[in-house]
Design a protein around this ligand. Structure first.
Ligand code: FAD
Ligand code: NAI
Length: 471
């Protein structure tokens, strides 16, 4: 039988997503007694259950389907009768997700993290109740880490039913390929999940309020990526706002209007995906009982060490705002665990890579050109196209470019923006260089294997000094 001792911890982490579970494991590694409370029924949060992982599984599977249908012939590989088995594709996705979520339970056992299945609510700054299938359990903690994540932002007037009117969760689990899909929001989810269904045969139209896709990315990347996606059959209605979404017998009707004013337009579709961002989630957590304040948009403000306004209560991941990315949440989880253990936990928020897993991939780290211009920083640009990279050409996968931005005076790398094959992997090299305060010349003088896609990064770095060899 559990005793009070079993319910008193050095650290209780609320939320078992990439922020929460990583924080719990790191705190346990540091010798603290740790519990993690998760109400979903499985660990891994949004990322593992309905985010990063299932979306990447479907991106990979739909890419294989599209490659087999459209691209293998160019390599001299003839395949006849390529067919889609959507149920098998979805089944594989569920298996990958289940394997990983169970894997985290195993890691909890290995690291002696107590796992409470249920919803946590503060009853005071150091006390929580967990309500689960077995009723209510009271637990106490010297330190609490709030890692409750985020949920899809709603579009007023649209009632998500996950059948025709979808959030990302529904768009990851459709039983049939819709003939037509309207995506509201040309952000990361819109382009990734739009790509999945476009590859599987849907006619995809993306409606975006702003005048560019992927708004936070470098302008040149947004423009070129739009052209590449249009070539793949995706249509874009930029600078348009959605004024109505009505369910019809067979699907939905979306009414859009130019932001600057003008005639409204109706787009009929079998399904509509609303992907207009995510908002912090703290419902039912009882932050008031602990005295934790939130911003008017619901985020929990924290200092550089993840501390909230209440001593002993920390917050990490999507719920604190900034880039809503799994690896950013993980870094914050590690840093907070180390801070609680008396170490110097720290996250360099200036060097968090962002990747969009379209084909080709988009990857970015550091400052964009438009940010540097706004900040009045003098910078030099080095660029290299994948068309001139031998590995990319050999692979038959040579769209896009690498762009490196370096300080004009010191040559220090300030940012990198890539479209291209494996861009999501290549960006790690530049992130590492930036962490070490490297100059573009440091990358340029590092020997890269030949032939490799990474040579495009080296050549872009060489081009900062206008001495690229192959372009
Ligand atoms: P979450 O992962 O949201 O986890 C929070 C957990 O807390 C949830 O499981 C929730 O059930 C639990 N919880 C909430 N309240 C309570 C409570 N009171 N008691 C107990 N438990 C509670 N990011 C990337 O970096 N790469 C990607 O490729 C990527 N792809 C994505 C694709 C999609 C479709 C979506 C939706 C998101 C994607 N993201 C991606 C974003 C990523 O999923 C999030 O940034 C990440 O999951 C945030 O981690 P977190 O730990 O802060 O919160
Ligand atoms: P997002 O913030 O990336 O994009 C939302 C888009 O919707 C923006 O372009 C915005 O201008 C537009 N928009 C907002 N309101 C609108 C309206 N009323 N009408 C038309 N357009 C509107 O958000 P998204 O795509 O929903 O993703 C949520 C979060 O999940 C992101 O912060 C992202 O970081 C994370 N994510 C990360 C992935 C990755 O790292 N590969 C993959 C998927 C999601």
């Amino acid at each position: 039988m559990a005793t009070n001792k079993d319910r008193a911890f050095d650290v209780v982490v609320v939320g078992g997503g990439p922020g929460g579970y990583v924080c719990a494991i790191r705190a346990a590694q540091l010798g603290l007694s740790v519990a993690c409370v998760e109400k979903r029924g499985t660990l891994g949060g949004t990322c593992l259950n309905v985010g990063c992982i299932p979306s990447k599984v479907l991106l990979q599977s739909s890419h294989h389907y599209h490659t087999a249908k459209e691209e293998l012939a160019a390599h001299g590989v003839k395949v006849a009768g390529v067919e889609l088995d959507l149920a098998a594709m979805m089944g594989r996705k569920e298996k990958v997700v289940a394997d990983f979520t169970k894997g985290i339970e195993f890691l909890f056992k290995k690291n002696k993290v107590a796992y409470f299945k249920g919803a946590a609510a503060f009853t005071g700054p150091n006390a929580l109740t967990v309500t689960g299938a077995e009723g209510e359990t009271a637990i106490t903690a010297k330190n609490v880490v709030v890692a409750t994540g985020s949920v899809s932002a709603p579009l007023p007037g649209v009632e998500i039913d996950e059948k025709r009117l979808l959030s990302s969760t529904g768009a990851l689990a459709l039983a049939e390929v819709p003939q037509s899909l309207v995506v509201i929001g040309a952000g990361v989810i819109g382009l990734e999940l739009g790509s999945v269904w476009a590859r599987l045969g849907a006619k995809v139209t993306v409606v975006e309020f702003l005048d560019k896709i992927l708004p936070p990315f470098d302008d040149e990347v947004s423009k070129q990526m739009q052209r590449l996606l249009e070539r793949q059959g995706m249509a874009f209605k930029l600078a348009h706002k959605v004024t109505g979404v009505a369910a019809t017998k067979s699907g939905a009707k979306v009414t859009v209007e130019p932001v600057k004013g003008g005639d409204a337009l109706e787009i009929a579709a079998d399904a509509v995906l609303v992907a207009i961002g995510r908002r912090p989630y703290t419902e039912g957590l009882g932050l008031d009982a602990a005295g934790v304040s939130t911003t008017d948009r619901g985020f929990i403000p924290v200092d550089a060490h993840g501390r909230t306004n209440v001593a002993g209560i920390y917050a990490i991941g999507d719920v604190v705002g900034g880039l809503m990315l799994a690896h950013k949440a993980e870094e914050e989880g590690v840093a907070v665990a180390e801070t609680i253990a008396g170490q110097a936990g720290h996250v360099n928020h200036a060097v968090i890579p962002s990747v969009v897993y379209t084909n080709p991939e988009v990857a970015s780290v550091g400052k964009t050109e438009q940010q540097l211009k706004a900040e009045g920083v003098a910078y030099a640009v080095g660029k290299f196209p994948f068309l001139a990279n031998s590995r990319a050409k050999a692979n038959g996968d040579a769209q896009g470019f690498v762009k490196i931005l370096a300080d004009a005076r010191t040559d220090r790398v300030l940012g990198a923006h890539l479209i291209g094959p494996q861009a999501g992997e290549l960006i790690a090299e530049v992130a590492m260089a930036m962490e070490f305060g490297a100059s573009a010349e440091d990358i340029a003088r590092t020997c890269h294997a030949h032939p490799s896609l990474a040579e495009a990064v080296k050549e872009a770095a060489m081009d900062v000094a206008k001495r690229a060899i192959h372009a």
